[in-house]
Write a protein that binds this ligand. Structure first.
Ligand code: ADP
Ligand code: MG
Length: 425
């Protein structure tokens, strides 16, 4: 059995981290022992490590189920950079690539195999997995399993029955957001046995989230006005650029101790600002997104975004830095229609045009599977246009995709359109 000291040295050697973050070690120990685990921990707290480290310690291949191709690719790239042997199977890969990954898995050369949940529905896939003994199965974003959750995915719902074939491999369910109800649902649906629960997530009931429409020139004055109230400090203000951060910081510094923080400052200055802020000598930091990673200051009363953040994920993380002491705190997002334009490119990547989705849907058939790439060629679409849209159709439960890249229609009707339009708008 792996001793805690061995886990610590794996942590240094493989991940290059000096120490465990709060709660990680206990989770890793339970997982190494082969327990089923339910882990609820806020975004950015370091859940990935809680399955990666035990998987390495246990040896063999870990199966990781993740809901989005983007998440899979991102995670796999990070892990490969650490020198880990990672395979992925998803619709963005060619048939040959997916086949090779299956061969690698069967040869036992993979430490991690990433798949999206719908893969488990593919006939023969679970049986192929069962040919070897998995070290563990990690189910990321496990709240997707519950209809009570905010991100319900039908394919998560059926995971439980497929996992039975892979037992007694230990199963870990990880999520940042799960009410008690969702937690119960996860345990029930996945059939977790003698589960070790680590619940560190919290609903941020003390955090008021406000969005105000304000043109760019009005924003600096508004920030100043808000922060003149001493009860709203300490505060973090996120600015869209270094120049903007510098300008606002010097304007605010006339009223109270304020400083800028961004990647354009030298390391010494950044460290000093961070320290003084933690110590309470600087009350307001005006920062670009460079600020905040690893910042744990309990009494931040206000987080202001003077421009729309690049994603909901980062918004969630950034406003999460307010009110960690549980006292009432505010988050204010300033935006205007023009900001939206800046991000439209990214929005479109996540939510491709409905037209494209419809075109692909018409090309799919319930009876006949077609290889995704053949369909793409038939529809005369570029990979850039096709891949995210196909991804979305699968996410919406309209299409299925098997491990050799074949796609088919599975949706019952076109009711998904309404939901999709609501998500996009
Ligand atoms: P989550 O999945 O909980 O949102 P991640 O697993 O993506 O969070 O981790 C967030 C960040 O924290 C990553 O950049 C990761 O490398 C880092 N991290 C995780 N554990 C540690 C640790 N023990 N020491 C330093 N950084 C860590
Ligand atoms: Mg995560």
């Amino acid at each position: 059995m792996t001793k805690p000291t061995e886990l610590a040295s794996l942590l240094h050697q493989t991940f290059g981290f000096a120490e465990f973050r709060a709660n990680q070690e206990a989770v890793c120990v339970a997982a190494v022992e082969g327990k089923d685990v339910l882990l609820v921990m806020p975004t950015g707290a370091g859940k990935s490590l809680c399955y990666q480290l035990p998987a390495i310690a246990r040896g063999g291949t870990a199966l990781v189920i993740s809901p989005l191709i983007a998440l899979i690719d991102d995670q796999a790239a990070k892990m490969s950079a650490l020198g880990l042997k990672v395979g992925r199977i998803h619709s963005g890969l060619s048939r040959e690539e997916s086949r090779q990954v299956c061969r690698d898995y069967l040869d036992g050369t993979l430490q991690f195999l990433f798949i999206a949940p719908e893969r488990m529905r593919v006939p023969g896939f679970a049986a192929m997995l069962a040919k070897r003994k998995l070290s563990l199965i990690a189910i990321d974003e496990a709240h997707c399993i519950s209809q009570w959750g905010h991100d319900f995915r039908p394919d998560y719902r059926t995971l439980g029955q497929h996992l039975q074939a892979l037992r007694p491999t230990p199963v870990m369910a990880l999520t940042a957001t799960a009410t008690t109800e969702v937690q119960r649902d996860i345990v029930l649906q996945l059939g977790l046995q003698g589960v070790a629960k680590f619940i560190h997530g919290f609903r941020r009931t003390n955090l008021a989230v406000e969005v105000i429409e304000l043109s760019k020139p009005e924003r600096h004055a508004k920030v100043r006005e808000m922060l003149l109230n001493p009860e709203r400090r300490p505060a973090i203000v996120y600015a869209p650029s270094r120049k903007d951060a510098d300008a606002m910081a010097s304007a605010l510094a006339v009223e109270f101790p304020a400083a800028a923080y961004h990647a354009g400052l030298d390391a010494g200055t950044r460290e000093r600002v961070q320290k003084e802020f933690l110590a309470g000598r600087i009350e307001v930091v005006v920062a670009t997104v460079a600020f905040g990673m690893g910042i744990d200051k309990a009494d931040v009363r206000t987080v202001i975004h003077t421009a729309a953040p690049s994603s909901v994920e980062s918004f969630y993380q950034e406003i999460g830095r307010a009110g960690r002491d549980g006292k009432p705190s505010r988050s204010i997002l300033m935006y205007s229609f023009l900001d939206r334009k800046t991000h439209e490119f990214f929005l479109e990547r996540d939510y491709p045009p409905l037209d494209t989705l419809s075109k692909i849907e018409r090309g799919l058939s319930r009876e006949n599977e077609i290889h995704a790439d053949d369909l793409r060629v038939k529809l005369k679409m570029s990979m850039d246009e096709f891949a995210p849209a196909m991804d979305r159709l699968v996410a919406q439960g309209v299409a299925s995709l098997d491990y050799s890249g074949n796609v088919a229609l599975i949706g019952e009707d076109s009711s998904w359109r309404k939901g999709y339009e609501a998500q996009v708008n």
